[in-house]
Structure formats: C-alpha cells, structure tokens
Design a protein around this ligand. Structure first.
Ligand code: AHR
Length: 494
C-alpha cells in the first residue's frame, strides 16, 4: 500500500542546530592514537601529527563541533600532563580503557590544532570526578585568557601566543557513574561550585554544559534543573543503542532480522527519552533556554573478535546507517530543545565514521549518512504529516516502516527518508505544499546488497551512496519507491 506524506514548505518548526551533527573523540582504544594522531615522524602522511587521510574524510563531513577528551577518560584527565614538550609529558595508565599507557602526546594544543584543521568548534569536557576546582579553572584560563596571568604565560611559553576561542565546556561526564559515582543531589552542588570558577575571559563566553542523565533517569534531570538550571546553558543526555544487554550486547555484523528489528526499536527510544526529559525541563525552563546536549549516542556492540575488549572497536553495517538516520530525524524533530548531539565516536571506536588499519582507511555506512544529511545543518525544520506504513517483527511488534525528516535552506527543500524494513520496499506519494511552481528533484541513496553489508579494508566501497532514480516528479508531487533497508536524501528545487 502506498503511503501519503505531505511536507509543508511554509510551516517551519524551528532551526536545526548544525551542532546536532557533532562528534566525540575520546582517549579510548585507537580513536586518538592511530586513528587521528600518528605523530609528526610517522611514515603515514600527516599534518602536524594528524593523519591526512582521516583529516580529508572528516573535513568533507562539515563537522560543526568536536567533544574531547572523554567520556570516562575526561574525569581522570589532568590537562597539565598534556602540555609542553612531548618527550617530557607524563605517561599514565588509561585505567578505563584497556589499561594501556597514555603518553599524553595528544593534548590541548593538538586538540585545538585538529579542530582548526577540520573546521570544527572545540567542546572540552572538564574533570570533576578526580580533578579539583582549581585545575578546571586554570585550564579555562590557559585556553582563553588574553593578557598577563600565570596560565596565559604558560600557554605562551608552550608556543601559543593568543588564546583560543572556546565556547562549549562540559563540567564533568557521567558523574552518576565513571565520573565519580555521585548522586544527582551531590553532583548538582558540585556543578554549581565547579562552574563558578570556569570564567568568561574577555569576550570569550563559555556555553556551560552540565553532566546529565543516563538514558531514562528523569530524577537526575529534575534535580539538576531544580538546583542549577540558571547556571547552565545545556544539560547532557547519554543513550546508546545496544541490541542485547550490557553483558551480551550482540555482534556488529552477525545478526538476523529479529536483531535488526530490536536495534531499530531501541534506536527510536531516543524519541521518548527526549520528549520526557524535555517535559521535566519544561517545569523549570518553559522557554527552553537550557538545551539538551546528547553528547554521546550511537550503537554499542560486542567488540570485533580478537580485538582488545577495552578498545570498543566494532564494524559498521547498513543497520548502523539506518540507526544514524533515525537518530538524526529524532534530533531534528526535537529541534526546539536539542541543540547539540555528538556521535560516539569519531574513529575506530563504537559507531565510528572512519575505521583505520595501519595506513589504510575506510568510510563506514554511518559516514555516508552524515555526509548525505549535512544539508540539514542550520536549515529550517519543516512540518509534515501522513502515513508511514507498518513494519512488523516476527512476533508481531510494530514500528513505522518509513522515517522522514524535511528541512528548507537556500531555496531548496531536503527530504530525508529511511526504510526500516529489512526486506520490503516502501511506496510513497510525497506532496510538497506551500511552495510555488514546479519542482525538480535529485536524489541520492545508500543501500547495501544485504542488511549486514559493510565496508572492509579489502572492499572499502561495497556500501557507498549512489544516484537515486526511484522518484518521479509531477508538479509538486513525487512518487517514490524506497528499497528495503535504505536511506535516501531528496533535494527539491522550487
Ligand atoms: O563512549 C564510551 C563511553 O561511554 C564513554 O567514555 C562514557 O562516557 C560512556 O559510558
């Protein structure tokens, strides 16, 4: 049966903050070391120590913001270990992630360098769990103070004359867990205290993000908002899509149609989380001044067989591509409250966009979705309504078959679509209302030859975007056939 979807080009829901297309890079496994940083003396071609092939791939994604250094690592990170001549930097144990030696060769200066090279805004996460108020305060002074001060002088001694521009600053990470195992009440007080000394120097104004809830912990959100909403700009939320449970998460590549269904259902749970957290926040902030910052999201599977369990290295298939599309659609739907989201993680960890092996690189299906969808960044989200079909699991549970999001920018309307069904195509009649004249349509599709289709170092282009010929335009109407398990982006020119 054909579904009918009407997109209202003259009815906008708000602006899609480009920062929902943000990323996250932690000192974890092979994300920073090997994935991004190879060092200036590496045979792998690099720019100031950062590998060129990865830089090129990331630049192409227009990544608006990058969160660093963690994650759990952030609450054990002492920033002074990562400045000054590299050969003198402290070697420490990365206790959270594999117990490996962290040589601190990638620190504050290298992070800002990376951000400059890929055109992203930095988002620094400070240490509340094991760091002091003074340490956090001095880090902000080191990065942003322009003038004569102990930390500004130290920065200059380390080769950086002018301060950097730093807007996004997180006050701790997962403080209910790896960031100190605190109660919401205790952390709310700590947040108030730590953030007091994270100063705005000169015209550098920090956008302060409080450590938020673990998935459906609405009590955490309630306490943080009640006690500290007037002292924050954003409150974070972490939610991972895990097909199984924490002790047996499921394989990234070896899955059946039931696992596919469960994974997509769990990905869509993000919609309920955002609705309910936002409703709690409305009690204290009905104007929605305080943003939800989903600074960790994505799939989390069992690690690839034979790899270090502490490195969280996983493959990425068409299932991840659909999960990414569903999340971005949900974030766009909640554009009134969600002002940033950071995919976990950038390279070689969890739902990565890039995987590397030695000097080789591949782009994952998730990468291609982010590349296709980047046209939504800073566009006006459009209202739509219609029927979206039904996709039933073997046990009769149902999800909508088609997921949609639409936006308008620079005279163009972009409609992104995902077909959740692993084996049935979807027919759509799409009508664009509120825009005059005839519409031309161009499309691009990401689809695999199987639901577990993926790119490997031997076959790096098995899953790649292609021109989409499944849409016929007639006036302001389109007939679209979406192949099973696919993601499509349509560009309509009024
Ligand atoms: O992204 C991996 C880990 O997941 C992060 O370090 C932590 O914040 C979360 O539990």
């Amino acid at each position: 049966m054909s579904n009918r979807i009407v997109v209202h080009a003259d009815w906008t829901l708000g602006t899609i903050n480009k920062n929902i297309y943000g990323h996250f890079a932690e000192h974890l496994g092979r994300c920073i070391y090997e994935g991004l940083w190879v060092g200036e003396d590496s045979p792998i071609p690099n720019t100031k120590g950062i590998r060129n092939d990865v830089l090129e791939a990331l630049k192409n994604l227009s990544i608006p913001v990058l969160r660093w250094p963690g994650g759990c690592f952030a609450d054990e990170y002492h920033w002074m270990d990562g400045i000054g001549p590299r050969e003198n930097r402290k070697r420490m144990i990365n206790t959270h992630w594999g117990g490996v030696v962290e040589n601190n060769h990638f620190g504050t200066h290298e992070f800002f360098q990376l951000c400059e090279l890929i055109g992203s805004e930095p988002y620094i996460c400070g240490n509340v769990g094991s760091g002091s108020v003074q340490e956090m305060s001095e880090w902000v002074e080191y990065m942003t103070f322009d003038g004569e001060s102990p930390m500004a002088n130290l920065r200059q001694k380390n080769g950086r004359e002018k301060p950097w521009k730093l807007t996004y600053f997180g006050v701790g990470n997962e403080n209910w867990g790896c960031g100190g195992n605190m109660t919401a009440e205790y952390y709310a007080d700590q947040y108030r205290r730590y953030q007091t000394y994270a100063r705005n120097y000169g015209d550098n104004k920090l956008y302060k993000i409080a450590g938020g809830a673990n998935s459906d912990d609405y009590h955490w959100t309630d306490v943080l908002m009640k006690q500290a909403h007037h002292m924050m700009d954003g409150l974070s939320l972490h939610y991972y899509t895990i097909p199984g449970d924490w002790s047996n998460k499921g394989s990234a590549t070896d899955f059946d149609k039931n696992d596919w269904f469960v994974t997509l259902k769990k990905a869509l749970h993000m919609d309920e989380l955002l609705t309910r957290h936002s409703t709690v926040m409305d009690r204290y902030d009905p104007e929605k001044r305080v943003a939800i910052v989903v600074d960790e999201w994505g799939t989390w599977y069992d690690v690839e067989p034979g790899t270090n369990p502490g490195f969280l290295y996983q493959q990425n298939t068409m299932r991840d591509a659909v999960v990414a599309a569903l999340h971005l659609h949900v974030f766009q739907k909640h554009c009134d409250r969600v002002q940033m989201a950071n995919l976990a993680q950038m390279v070689n960890v969890l739902q990565a966009v890039v995987l590397t092996e030695g000097d080789k690189l591949l782009l994952t299906p998730t990468y291609h979705v982010l590349e296709m969808f980047k046209v939504h960044q800073d566009a006006e989200a459009l209202a739509f309504h219609g029927t979206f079909g039904e996709y039933a699991s073997e046990s009769g549970e149902k999800l909508p078959q088609v997921s949609v999001s639409a936006s308008k920018k620079d005279g163009k309307v972009h409609v992104s679509l995902a077909n959740l069904s692993p084996d049935e195509s979807a027919e759509l009649e799409l009508e664009l209302r509120g825009a005059e004249g005839a519409h031309s349509c161009a499309g691009v599709i990401l689809a695999g030859d199987a639901i577990d289709a993926r790119n490997t170092f031997e076959q790096p282009s098995r899953v790649a975007p292609a021109a989409f010929d499944g849409a016929q335009v007639s006036g302001n109407k389109l007939k679209v056939t979406l192949p099973a398990a696919s993601v499509v982006l349509l560009t309509l020119q009024a």
